[in-house]
Design a protein around this ligand. Sequence first.
Ligand code: HEM
Ligand code: HEM
Length: 225
Amino acid sequence: MKTIHLWDLPTRAFHWLLVAAIGAAWFTGEQAGSWMVWHGRIGILIIGLISFRLAWGVVGSTYARFANFVRGPAVIADYLRGRWHGHGHNPLGALSVLGLLGLISLQLGTGLFATSDDSGFNGFLQSLVGSGLSERLTGLHHLGFDILLVLIGLHFAAIVFYTHFKKDNLLKPMLTGKKQVERGEDARGGRWPALVLALLIAFGAMWAASGAWLPPPPPPPASSW
Ligand code: HEM
Ligand code: HEM
């Protein structure tokens, strides 16, 4: 057996920050009222995290790259027949990774245009759509979160299943970055220039989503008194 570097630090930092941020978005969204200001801030943080991960999936190190783990049905079938011996996300697990990233992105998209009647807090781009569409997107934001909870539950169950029944501890590499394998190579690439590029993309997306570029709302009409 030998030890390889599997998950680079940015991928691990992304994962655990995402777990904390989704928990905080859940808490603040359910509390509503004055917590919604924080819900919006945390939402922008999650936009940064997801944009970072999408960029890192192209310029990051070996096992973090989408090209390394997003596979077609033939490879998934091979995996199910026990004929896949790679490292990183397995071809089936990759579907759950894509599902989580995709659903969180939709959740962010609907949140940005959502309206909250009770707290007066609106998504930062809500003024770009009519009130009818905003209400429908708010409905999808509620529904999307329920589906996300199911996916997160399955994700957690899969990690427990692999640890206890397949005797493959996936959690340790996501914490330490290292994995014991019979054969395999260290992750390569994903150096400083790639990190700077991915961070720039993340900050650009956070700025675009914050609506800072929108013209300020018109002042309220002057009172007749
Ligand atoms: C809010 C809850 C969670 C979300 C949204 C989430 C999301 C994700 C995502 C997107 C990935 C892919 C990582 C990447 O390639 O960037 C991942 C992988 C992983 N997550 Fe989570 N996660 C959550 C909770 C947890 C928890 C509580 C654990 C610990 C038990 C966990 C353990 C793992 C592990 C071990 C992997 C690597 C799986 C593999 O080796 O293929 N996650 N998670
Ligand atoms: C992945 C990130 C997000 C998650 C997990 C999330 C989750 C939630 C949850 C659980 C609720 C309460 C739903 C309910 O009571 O049934 C909520 C409400 C809301 N969220 Fe998010 N949210 C996210 C991102 C965002 C973003 C980026 C914005 C916009 C800045 C946003 C705007 C809103 C608004 C305006 C409401 C109130 C809707 C209402 O009062 O009906 N959310 N969100």
